[in-house]
Design a protein around this ligand. Structure first.
Ligand SMILES: *Cc1c(COP(=O)(O)O)cnc(C)c1O
Length: 493
């Protein structure tokens, strides 16, 4: 039978349909926010089951907007690792700020194009305001601070590499890397983020331009090894141009000796970048700030607002105290751009970043800061740090051995009894915990080889009961693993 011909719906939808959509959207979001504790932190759906959820989307049969929203919300709720869950102890993905969720919707509606100042002076100035204010939290001079909002820390680190290159080798601008006499090289710690490997390749430097400096017992860059590496490289005709210090490593939350690195880079005339993607938020808490000592000397800083500042993804920031460097690196002009507005103090955004059209990333940061205030953030970050201390204590009391030392809320740990547990055993433990739906944790390797369990406080909603649930779930998994090992031993005997 033929379907009755339906008029193609307009992209705008009718006033009634819009009203219905906004209310369903609001309810759906509220239901998720209010009901998240009742959900398992993750499920492990089969790929085929996930694809089956998409069969409801047949583009030859348009559906009502609110029905589409419901379908998607249901599919996400059933399949995703719930990173906003209070018992997601994972990879720095936060519970998003409520006002940040609203900000992202508002941005989509106004859809500002952040290439030219004249098109969206408020949006551009709002981001500059946020950048200067955050810079001042790191001890930067507001008047000198500039930067760019990015998709995340990876792009901010890529930007840092480019800025450092353009600062050291202006001849690159016209002649490319072949115009640089020597092979540029740069230094990161062995515990640094993998984005530098990618960025090195994307900058055309190749992976060998990245020098991994060994770390000490606390997983911090060995500065004597750094100095030796720079000396060796210079002796062999390489051209060092950058040192990256990490403030809060992804594995274990360790903080490189930023002050010492600052002194070395100053003496050696190298760019000093601090990757504070996650840990940088500690600058907002007076008693944690000393842990970042030296960061004010960094030439540039990566801060991910979508990590510990709990802003929805993606919200990375590249900050620098060199006002001219971004324009020097990304300068360009295009005939179709409206002429520069008179009296503005910096170039159009498109001439000082990788982007042309870009989303108004800064609004969710501006509104999150506006609504919580510095004090609200300090309290939140302090409380999460306390949860980290409490987790360390609870793990210790249950016979788990925490092997990393950091003021930040990440625990790397192993079974205090079975210290030599294999990576496979740890994977089994993690699978048990994750399959229980009680919590989400992971494994990692510190020092590139030692397998450990890793739990990080990433949600501002995590409380003591949540920690107890994690530890009891770990204990159960350990008991099960132990029982299995005993059985295996008996069979073998
Ligand atoms: C997360 C992280 C990054 C990468 O940031 P994305 O936003 O995920 O691209 C870089 N460095 C460190 C230290 C990180 O923790």
């Amino acid at each position: 039978m033929n379907q009755p011909e339906r008029e193609a719906p307009s992209l705008l939808l009718s006033a009634e349909e819009r009203a219905k959509l906004w209310s369903v959207l609001g309810e759906t979001i509220e239901q998720y926010v209010a009901g998240i504790r009742a959900l398992p932190v993750s499920t492990e759906p089969e790929p085929e089951a996930v694809r089956a959820l998409l069969r409801g989307f047949d583009f030859s049969r348009p559906m009502a907007a609110e029905e589409a929203i419901r379908l998607v919300a249901d599919a996400l709720a059933r399949t995703q690792v719930h990173t906003p869950h209070p018992r997601y102890y994972g990879l720095f993905n936060p519970t998003p700020t409520t006002v940040g969720i609203a900000a992202d919707a508002l941005v989509a509606a106004f859809n500002p194009q952040l290439a030219a100042w004249k098109h969206n002076p408020f949006a551009v100035e709002a981001e500059r305001h946020v950048i200067r204010e955050l810079g001042s939290q790191f001890g930067y001079d507001r008047a000198q601070t500039t930067g760019v909002m990015t998709s995340g820390g990876s792009e901010a680190n890529h930007t840092a590499l480019l800025a450092a290159l353009w600062s050291a080798f202006p001849e690159l601008d016209a002649g490319g890397l072949r115009a640089v006499g020597a092979q540029p090289v740069f230094y990161v710690s062995a515990e640094s983020h993998h984005s530098f490997h990618k960025a090195s390749r994307m900058c055309g430097l190749g992976s060998k331009a990245l020098r991994e400096i060994p770390v000490d017992a606390e997983l911090r860059m060995e500065t004597s090894a750094l100095e030796a590496a720079i000396r060796e490289d210079r002796k062999h005709g390489f051209a060092p141009f950058l040192v990256v210090g990490t403030a809060g490593t992804t594995n274990a939350g360790s903080i490189d000796p930023l002050g010492e690195i600052a002194a070395i880079t100053k003496r050696e005339n190298l760019w000093f970048h601090t990757d504070a993607a996650w840990g940088g938020a500690a600058a907002l808490v007076p008693e944690l700030r000393p842990a970042l000592e030296g960061i004010d000397s960094a030439d540039s800083i990566t801060l991910d607002a979508h990590k510990w500042l709990s802003v929805p993804m993606g919200a990375g920031i590249f900050l620098t105290r060199h006002r001219e460097i971004l324009e020097k690196t990304f300068h360009i002009s295009a005939a179709y751009v409206p002429p520069q507005a008179a009296g503005i103090e910096a170039a159009d955004p498109y001439g000082s970043s990788m982007h042309w059209s870009r989303r108004f990333i800064g609004l969710k940061i501006l509104l999150s800061l506006a609504v919580a205030g510095w004090d609200g953030y300090a309290q939140t970050i302090r409380a999460m740090t306390k949860m980290g201390e409490e987790l360390r204590a609870k793990l210790g009391a249950a016979g788990w051995e925490v092997v990393n030392r950091t003021p930040l809320p990440i625990c790397c740990f192993r079974d205090g009894q079975a210290r030599q547990a294999s990576a496979d055993d740890l994977e089994t433990l993690v699978r048990e915990v994750v399959a229980s739906g009680q919590a989400w944790i992971s494994t990692t390797r510190v020092r590139g080889s030692v397998p450990v369990l890793r739990a990080c406080i990433t949600s501002y909603r995590t409380d003591s009961d949540d920690l107890d649930l994690l530890v009891s779930s770990l204990n159960r998994a350990r008991a099960k693993l132990g029982a299995r090992a005993t059985k295996r031993a008996r069979v073998e005997a």
